[in-house]
Design a protein. Structure first.
Length: 402
């Protein structure tokens, strides 16, 4: 009976985590829609605004291991609640701080740190520490699908709010919407940290051990590329749509379709890592991205091209998270998973910083994103290859109870 109760509690944690990620990722992944109206309103220039969002990409990653370490020690509830409030505060203050450095503070630090504290490392660590090995992959997929549904839900709503209320009203509305995650975070306040093993030598030893493992470093390298790719697209896809002479609604619906497709992709990834080695799942995901970008570059730039590109790309968008988190858990266990996976997410967001920032420099200096698409293709192919040498045992089939 206690085993059944423990399993039920773990899946409740998983669903609460998916709901929180729906809100924090929905808000975060909609920020690219504000670039054009911010530029038109403030005259700051796309490069300046892109730099603020690039800082946000880095901060979102930098906060993950810190938030993860606190959650590993004290439990996830208060970490998540603090993150949600900080996210709302960043959105609230943005319309009043419209200088370049003001946007760095609001969008680059506050909003990014808040959404990062309420994101993958804390949420997946909370679920993985309470589930057996056979259930962790699917739990990661469900949590990830929550974030993808948030992108699908928020992008068209935010675009509509910008059209109706202006960008300032839309940003204030996002501040209010972000607080919807607070009751869910409260539901995790009673979730206690996992007890340390008698041989546990602490988080510092766990981190030093991880960075001496070549497989962990290769995982970081592949995830760096994933961050570059996603940040470039989520920040500059609206600009690419504008360059092609298409209406802004094409960009918002493309982002929404990416999120919708990634719901299926996340659930598929959760299923796949329970049956196949995670490194092979990552190889095919990154390899498919390189191929899809080449196809997009050769295709006519119509609304349908963007929608099909978004659906195909969305299938692997953040579906890389379950196999990456799974690999970290396989290599080092789950006691410090929030911390170690948080460090992997930091590598992801260092890539994200360059993807967002260099995209802004490209459009400002050359008037297009051509060389960014080329760099994105090469990096995706490299990411596919660096996952192959990772040390990973074959997954064991789940034991069926009689």
């Amino acid at each position: 009976m206690s085993s059944l109760s423990s399993s039920r509690s773990a899946w409740i944690v998983t669903l609460l985590a998916a709901g929180i990620l729906m809100v924090t990722m929905g808000v975060r992944q909609s920020m690219g829609l504000f670039i054009a109206p911010l530029d038109a309103s403030t005259g700051l220039g796309i490069a300046t605004i892109s730099f603020a969002m690039a800082v946000g990409q880095f901060v979102w990653g930098a906060i993950q291991p810190l938030a993860g370490a606190v959650a590993d020690r004290y439990g996830p509830g208060r970490v998540l609640a603090g993150g949600v409030v900080t996210l709302g505060l960043g959105c609230l203050l943005t319309p009043w701080l419209t200088t370049g450095w003001g946007l760095v503070i609001t969008l680059g630090v506050l909003s990014a740190a808040g959404s990062g504290a309420g994101s993958f490392s804390v949420l997946m660590g909370a679920a993985a520490q309470r589930l057996p090995l056979q259930g962790r992959g699917m739990a990661s997929g469900i949590i990830n699908a929550g974030g993808s549904f948030g992108q699908f839900l928020f992008a068209p709503i935010v675009q509509k709010m910008i059209g109706v209320f202006g960008w300032m009203g839309a940003m204030w509305s996002l501040a209010a919407m972000s607080l919807l995650a607070l009751p869910l975070a409260r539901g995790l306040r009673r979730t206690a940290p996992v007890a340390a093993h008698p041989d546990d030598r602490g988080v510092r030893h766990a981190v030093l051990t991880a960075f001496r493992e070549p497989s962990y470093l290769l995982l970081h390298a592949g995830f760096f590329t994933c961050g570059f790719h996603i940040a470039f697209l989520v920040t500059h896809l609206p600009g690419e749509v504008q360059l092609c002479g298409l209406p802004p609604a094409v960009a918002s619906w493309s982002l929404a379709l990416i999120g919708l497709a990634n719901i299926a992709g996340s659930l598929f990834a959760g299923w796949a890592v329970q049956r196949y080695r995670s490194k092979y799942v990552l190889f095919w995901m990154y390899g498919s991205r390189a191929l899809l970008i080449v196809i997009y570059l050769l295709a006519p730039k119509t609304a349908m091209t963007f929608y099909l590109f978004a659906i195909a790309l969305g299938f692997t968008w953040l579906a890389t998270v379950p196999p990456t988190a799974g690999l970290v858990g396989k290599l080092f266990g789950v006691r410090y998973l929030s911390t170690l996976f948080g460090l992997t997410l930091l590598s992801h967001q260092i890539g994200g910083f360059f993807g967002a920032w260099l995209g802004g420099l490209a459009i400002s200096s050359m008037g297009n994103y051509d060389w960014m698409w080329g760099a994105d293709t090469v990096l995706a192919a490299v990411a596919a290859l660096v996952n192959l040498p990772i040390r990973e045992a074959s997954p064991r089939p789940a034991v069926q109870s009689v």
